[in-house]
Design a binder for this molecule. Structure first.
Ligand code: OGA
Ligand code: MN
Length: 302
């Protein structure tokens, strides 16, 4: 039986049924999932029973995995889960709720800011695949913003003003925004930040998208206060409710999103009370956004 696609809106977010991601996919199903992913940018696969091996195997359908570097690496004594997968839980290595002072907990609170994954790396993330093993009974949803629709809705004058701008991203910027700056020199140098295009073109759909995140803090060639104002204006524009889909988790949902053309954020929950156990497999993009665009331009000219 072929997979079933249930769109949430005509081109943003869809649920996918009649597929078991624990098993290798048929070529037809793999192609149908990819086509849906390029169209909808967020896919929800309910009721999946996945081991970490199966989770990773499905992620690798989309490309190579991103090496897992935690900003709070110095705190980790023992990994709680398979180290190919990011631990997005509020749990310690013994599955107890993290204490208030935990650096993992504090760093994780920045997931409540609108962002896209790994824009602070030279080669950012293409897709993240988040799998829920235990959900909070209240809150703890994940929201997604469609950055293609946000680009399409900008006035032409703004599109012309920002096309081609280059933005500096750093994970330590988003953490500083929530007042968390407790990082060692070693942690800081392991994640030095990156330059990314503000407007990108998604090759599979040809659609253009804003590329922004809570990690963005500077624009090349622009005074800092002007850049802050512009970034804040575009973030506010892009996260208006007509561009946003909220996913309310059930246990064993796998949700994947296109980091190139969406932002996401976790909503509040009482993380000192409810265990919330989420595992994320992250696939790397094929290059830095500026190099990818230069490659594109060369192809177009050839
Ligand atoms: C992530 C993330 C938000 C959430 O896993 O990259 O931002 O709701 N998660 O857990
Ligand atoms: Mn994230």
């Amino acid at each position: 039986m072929a997979i079933s696609i249930y769109p949430v809106t005509p081109d943003f977010a869809a649920e996918v049924g009649d597929v078991d991601l624990a098993k290798p996919l048929s070529p037809e199903d793999r192609d149908a999932i990819k086509a849906a992913f390029w169209q909808y940018a967020v896919l929800v696969f309910p009721a999946q029973g996945l081991t970490s091996d199966q989770h990773v195997a499905f992620a690798q359908v989309f490309g190579p995995m991103e090496p897992n570097i935690n900003s709070y690496a110095d705190e980790i004594k023992k990994e709680r889960i398979d180290n190919r997968v990011s631990d997005v839980s509020n749990l310690d290595a013994d599955n107890n709720i993290l204490p208030a002072e935990s650096r993992k907990r504090q760093s994780g609170l920045a997931n409540r800011l609108w962002h896209t994954d790994s824009s602070f790396r030279h080669v950012p993330a293409l897709t993240s695949l988040l799998y829920s093993r235990r959900v909070a009974p209240i809150g703890g949803h994940t929201q997604f913003a469609d950055m293609r629709a946000a680009w399409d809705a900008l006035p032409t004058a703004m599109q012309q003003r920002i096309d081609g701008l280059v933005v500096e991203h750093s994970i330590f910027h988003s953490r500083a925004t929530i007042g968390f700056t407790d990082y060692s020199e070693r942690e800081r140098t392991s994640l030095p930040g990156a330059l990314q295009l503000l407007v990108r073109t998604i090759p599979e759909s040809g659609r253009r998208a804003l590329y922004l995140a809570s990690h963005a803090f500077r624009i090349a060639g622009m005074p800092d206060d002007e850049a802050h104002g512009l970034i804040a204006e575009l973030m506010a524009h892009a996260t208006q409710r007509q561009f946003v889909h909220t996913h309310r988790w059930r246990q064993n949902d796998l949700v994947m999103w296109d980091n190139r053309c969406t932002m996401h954020r976790g909503t509040e929950y009482d993380e000192r009370r409810w265990p919330r156990d989420m595992h994320r497999a992250t696939v790397s993009d094929i290059g830095n956004t500026r190099e990818a665009a230069a490659g594109h331009a060369k192809h177009a000219a050839a």
